[in-house]
Design a protein. Structure first.
Length: 155
């Protein structure tokens, strides 16, 4: 199974998506396939509301979509992040299982746009005598500022 990276716009076919879900230990239901496909299609992490809006007409209600998002997260196909506004956003997991830090996110404080940053965009350094928290796994880094569109609009 080819690894698909967000940013590369390759969306695997249904058979491949189903196989990914099965390999992760879940039944490849139509709902999970639709949600996993959506996560391949989007450019940035999506909220449950955004996922629901995009899956209108799929026959799934909001609760089912949420359950599928959390199922895919539980088995490691997706990750969810709270980017400081207490809203979970879901996206594909990239090959970062082995790293301490998940890839950082940029959050525009003006329009709320969210973008994934490369893993090496932000480096954390655990200094001697500093908090050990920086050495623990599962750290999340968020960068807040003004996105390109908002910066352009203010000129
Ligand atoms: Zn913005
Ligand atoms: Zn991301």
């Amino acid at each position: 199974v080819a690894k698909t990276v967000p940013g590369a716009r390759d969306v695997p076919d249904v058979g491949t998506l189903k196989e990914m879900i099965r390999e992760a230990g879940l039944k490849g239901t139509a709902g999970r396939i639709a949600v996993l496909k959506l996560l391949h299609e989007v450019r940035s992490p999506v909220t449950h509301a955004e996922a629901s809006a995009r899956l209108t007409g799929s026959g799934m209600d909001h609760a089912t979509i949420y359950r599928n998002l959390t199922d895919l997260t539980a088995v490691g196909l997706a990750v969810r992040s709270d980017l400081g506004d207490r809203v979970w956003r879901f996206e594909l997991r990239r090959g970062e299982r082995e790293h301490n830090v998940k890839h950082p996110h940029f959050h525009c404080s003006a329009c709320g746009a969210v973008a994934c940053l490369p893993e090496n965009a932000v480096t954390l350094k655990a200094t001697a005598g500093g908090p050990k928290a920086l050495r623990r796994k599962g750290l999340a880094v968020q960068v807040t500022g003004t996105c390109d569109d908002c910066a352009a609009a203010s000129h």
